[in-house]
Design a protein around this ligand. Structure first.
Ligand SMILES: Cc1ncc(COP(=O)(O)O)c(C=O)c1O
Length: 393
């Protein structure tokens, strides 16, 4: 008997199985809600919400007219507000119609995939990667072309990307600042990528788009610069989310933005199709209250100094213990190689001490681990000796 579940959902499910099992049935899942664990797994909050978030949402939850909770698309006011803010932030002249409000980066990515890709088109992305690209691409009936980032610093491997591009390639995904490695790609790397995409588009007679997934854009360490790929390659779509900077991923708000450098004919075609794509995919717009609250939310951020402090504490202890840590330039993750020995054994030894990290195997990198710096200071303090102990054992 064939399955009642569609083939594409089954393939997405198979690609997501490791993460799902980790979340719902692993040793971590059994202890996820214990109050005394040190949880470094997902980018979730482990303290009460940041100042200003609750009041911004609460204030806009009170209706001011009868349409307050009517269907909301990309409402003009937040769209115009965002166009101004994103233009200033990225040094590009976005028009309001270039910015589609979405229910976070998840929805922005899915809308982008449906906007520019047809079933069977190929998408290139680099690994290790955020573990949802693969199931999302499979759920959209797309074909994956995965390449590896180049060690030891996990740079974009432009030769590998070029080799992976073929006549069916329609999209390349770049995630900067990068989850899980914390790398931020500089202008030189992005310009070289843009050149390559331009040449490949000409060679195959078909425009290749770039999806720049930038939800961690504002989370950068040591005053690092950020260049959006949208500033160097005109056929770029940006996915953004407030879930990271506000550390409130359950309150869905983000956008999909078209590079203003894109020729107007292409940009207009995408703008025109945006509403239908968002509607047809299941009303991918943010809730009314989050749209109204956007100007206030735009001013808020998690504490970057606290993230840097945790990064430094963990980097110091882990490095001394024999972990090979890649200092993150952005995001709120720390990516590190396990010390010598069996990674599973190390993971379990940490779990024995109530310390839970994301195993790199979930991101196709079994010799690595990812530590989320969204853990509380108390969790970090309690976990530091555990990291040292398991490395020495
Ligand atoms: C690289 C990357 N892109 C997109 C997302 C989705 O963000 P959101 O859940 O805020 O939509 C995440 C979330 O972890 C991410 O790490």
């Amino acid at each position: 008997m064939t399955s009642v579940v569609s083939t594409r959902t089954r393939s997405a499910d198979a690609a997501f199985a490791a993460v799902r099992d980790f979340y719902v049935s692993s040793r971590y899942a059994r202890h996820r809600n214990d109050p005394d664990i040190c949880d470094f797994t997902f980018g979730n909050p482990h303290e009460m919400p940041i100042a200003g978030l609750v009041s911004a949402v609460r204030e806009r939850a009170v209706p001011r007219d009868k349409n307050w909770f009517a269907y909301k698309t990309s409402e003009h006011e937040p769209q115009a507000f965002l166009a101004g803010r994103v233009s200033r932030e990225l040094g590009l002249a976005f028009e309001p119609a270039d910015v589609a409000l979405t229910a976070g980066a998840f929805a922005a990515i899915m809308v982008a995939l449906h906007l520019v890709l047809d079933r069977g088109d190929e998408v290139v992305f680099s690994e290790p990667a955020w573990f949802c690209y693969e199931p999302m691409l499979l759920a959209a009936d797309l074909v994956l072309r995965k390449v590896r980032l180049k060690g030891p610093a996990f740079d974009l491997d432009l030769d590998a990307i070029e080799a992976a591009i073929g006549p069916k390639t329609r999209l390349v995904i770049v995630n900067t600042p990068h989850n899980p490695t914390g790398r931020i790609y500089d202008r030189d790397a992005l310009e070289a990528l843009a050149d390559l995409l331009e040449r490949a588009s000409v060679r195959f007679g078909r425009r290749i788009f770039l999806l720049s997934d930038e939800p961690y854009r504002r989370l950068r360490f040591d005053g690092r610069d950020f260049v959006s790929p949208a500033a160097v390659y005109p056929w770029t779509l940006i996915s953004y989310s407030y879930g990271k900077v506000l550390l409130a991923p359950g309150q869905r708000l983000g956008y999909l933005a078209l590079s203003p450098l894109m020729p107007l004919s292409d940009r207009q075609a995408l703008r025109d199709a945006m509403f239908s794509a968002q509607m047809a995919l299941g009303w991918c717009f943010p809730n009314a209250v989050m749209q109204y609250a956007l100007p206030d939310l735009e001013e808020l951020s998690i504490d970057g100094a606290a993230l840097a402090r945790r990064r430094d504490q963990l980097t110091g202890t882990l490095t001394r213990a024999g972990f090979d840590v890649l200092p993150p330039e952005g995001t709120f993750y720390l990516w590190s190689k396990w010390p010598a020995g069996d990674p599973d054994q190390h993971w379990n030894a940490l779990a024995d001490r109530k310390v839970f990290v994301m195993p790199g195997s979930i991101m196709g990198s079994p010799n690595y681990l990812r530590i989320s710096l969204t853990a509380s200071d108390r969790m970090v303090e309690r976990a530091l000796p555990a990291f040292a102990e398991i490395a020495a054992a």
